[in-house]
Ligand binder design. Structure first.
Ligand SMILES: [Zn+2]
Ligand SMILES: [Zn+2]
Length: 245
């Protein structure tokens, strides 16, 4: 009844009216899905998409046959592999921003739907899903952790346990997206996370979930902690992949 009086409008553009679909055609076609690219087998970065990778791509062709980004050949990451669904831009970026910072909690369902529908088919089995935690101060301010919504939805979808408080932030950090230098990003998150004292990931395969992957420093730092706590494998799933500035 309410739908007839107030036709639903697309949450992304706020213009097109919707029937059963959750996003209008134009906003949906605006999303660039990473599985349409070839991407690094380890960190999942789509080759040739981010400007500063042109050099690495040519190195890649000459140096290896395993389809790995040059940085990953050197073995920089402690996670097994990272995958993202779409590029952090346009309509999906707007949805994430409204979801995170403007209290549009209902967008979580839509973002989760996008994550589930496009769930990567090359992730290995996992026993536990853990969200990247927010610092308590940010949590108080924002009132919820967007990664929790994505992580618990994925756990439910895959029928595995979700450890909402498996990891905690031990100190606040500057949002990674605001830092240009990769070395500084690493320093920003070093020692910023720990596994909750009552938790152990002994002999567990863990899926770490977040909304945005930028250079992977946060995911890497969280993965290190999970491995230290006994996990034999950590994989990373993020809804989007951002260009490092
Ligand atoms: Zn739209
Ligand atoms: Zn890589």
């Amino acid at each position: 009844m309410l739908d007839i009086l107030f036709p639903k409008v697309c949450p992304s553009c706020g213009k097109a009216s919707l029937k059963n679909e959750k996003l209008c055609k134009s906003c949906l076609s605006d999303i660039r899905f990473i599985n349409n690219w070839s991407f690094c087998g380890k960190c999942g970065v789509p080759f040739g998409f981010f400007n500063n990778q042109a050099k690495h791509d040519s190195e890649l062709e000459s140096e290896n046959t395993n389809n790995l980004f040059s940085k990953c050949i050197k073995g920089n990451y402690s996670f097994e592999k990272a995958r993202s669904i779409a590029i952090y831009e346009g309509s999906i970026r707007d949805l994430i921003i409204s979801f995170k910072y403007e209290g549009k909690l209902s967008y979580g369902e839509l973002l989760l739907e996008i994550l589930k529908t496009n769930f990567p088919d090359d992730l290995d089995e996992f026993d536990s899903v853990v969200p990247v935690p927010l610092h308590i101060d940010k949590l108080r301010h924002r009132e919820y952790n967007q990664s929790v919504i994505l992580a618990s939805g994925i756990a439910k979808y895959k029928g595995v346990q979700c450890d909402l408080f498996g990891l905690k932030r031990t100190r606040d950090t500057i949002p990674q997206i605001e830092i240009r230098d990769e070395g500084e990003r690493r320093i920003n998150v070093r020692g910023a996370f720990s596994v909750a004292t009552d938790k152990s990931y002994k002999e567990k395969s863990v899926l770490l979930v977040d909304d945005v992957f930028t250079t992977g420093s946060t995911s890497d730092e969280c993965s290190k902690m999970l491995l230290k706590s006994g996990a034999y494998k950590v994989q990373v799933l993020t809804l989007t992949r951002a260009r490092a500035m």
